[in-house]
Design a protein around this ligand. Structure first.
Ligand code: AMP
Ligand code: MN
Length: 280
């Protein structure tokens, strides 16, 4: 729990292992302080590990997530870039709370803070948990629909990292950049084309095809996009919490056969579990 998930890196590793995962990456938002713990926990369970992160980027006025995989977790420039990206979260959270107070929901900043594990990373998810637990909404989806998305009273636009910078930080730290859950952005065809082509020009190499945030029809669409743009394909649960996430770790279907999995291109970056444990 170093961004907005509810489980510790160790608990996530155990859950992944129990579900049959062989190669795992923890991808906190804008934060890599859990990486060494996650790798150690994976290795203790006989699971291979790839370093991971999910960087918040603003592209055409939309928040887009760029996953980084297989980077050096001690890279100073990546750490600096992430620190700068996290920087505005505290102020944004106070503005979200101010706007919620104006529509009759007081105390949301202090309320959300109670759910925050890492004070640098207060996120909309923490507000959503507070509003559900205080009975303002029935579930997280309702909070986002009614309060926290564009056009709604608690939405505060925020300028995250540049696409170019996020891809560069990841690459210069030895990793691969991957577009996370592209169907979530609701881009027009032209906007999506711009995202994929600029991402490639900046050196991005992968796209999430199979994810907890996509329907099976969307698996097909983004399998075709991966081939059209010559991108490797990734698979990720987007798991945040046993109570909130509909897709558990290790339960997604395989990638479509014709695609190149990101882990094939990242073979040299995989942190292998010590010999002998994997069969345990
Ligand atoms: P933030 O980085 O503070 O903007 O918050 C992003 C988090 O909000 C991510 O973890 C998303 O999974 C979560 N999120 C965004 N939209 C929704 C939604 N409609 N329902 C539930 N969670 C959402
Ligand atoms: Mn999240």
């Amino acid at each position: 729990m170093v961004s907005d998930g509810t489980l510790t890196p160790e608990a996530l590793a155990a859950r992944a292992r129990a579900n049959g995962v062989q190669l795992w990456a923890l991808t906190d938002h804008d934060e890599i302080s859990g990486q060494h713990r996650a790798a150690a926990a994976a290795h203790a369970l006989g699971m291979d590990y790839l370093t991971g992160v999910e960087i918040s980027v603003t592209f055409i006025n939309t928040t887009v997530h760029i996953v980084g995989l297989g980077f050096d977790a001690d890279d100073a420039r990546l750490a600096q870039g992430l620190a700068a990206t996290r920087g505005g979260r505290g102020e944004r959270a106070r503005e979200i709370a101010g706007q919620l107070a104006r529509v009759g929901i007081p105390g949301a900043y202090e309320g959300a803070l109670c759910y925050v594990g890492n004070p640098a990373l207060i996120s909309r998810t923490h507000f959503a948990r507070y509003l559900v637990d205080t009975g303002v909404c029935r579930d997280m989806g309702e909070v986002f629909r009614k309060y926290l998305t564009e056009g709604k009273p608690g939405f505060v636009p925020h300028y995250w990292a540049e696409l170019r910078d996020a891809v560069r930080w990841i690459r210069e730290a030895g990793g691969m950049a991957v577009i996370a859950h592209p169907a979530r952005y609701r881009f027009t065809a032209n906007e999506e084309y711009a995202l994929f082509s600029e991402f490639r020009q900046h050196g991005g190499q992968g796209v999430e095809v199979v994810t907890g945030s996509h329907s099976s029809a969307e698996y097909r669409i983004y399998a075709d996009m991966a081939q059209e743009f010559g991108l490797a394909a990734s698979r990720g649960s987007d798991f945040h919490s046993p109570n909130e996430s509909h897709t558990d770790l290790g339960t997604l279907p395989d990638l479509p056969a014709q695609l190149t999995p990101v882990w094939d291109l990242l073979a040299h970056r995989i942190l292998h579990a010590p010999q002998g444990l994997a069969a345990a």
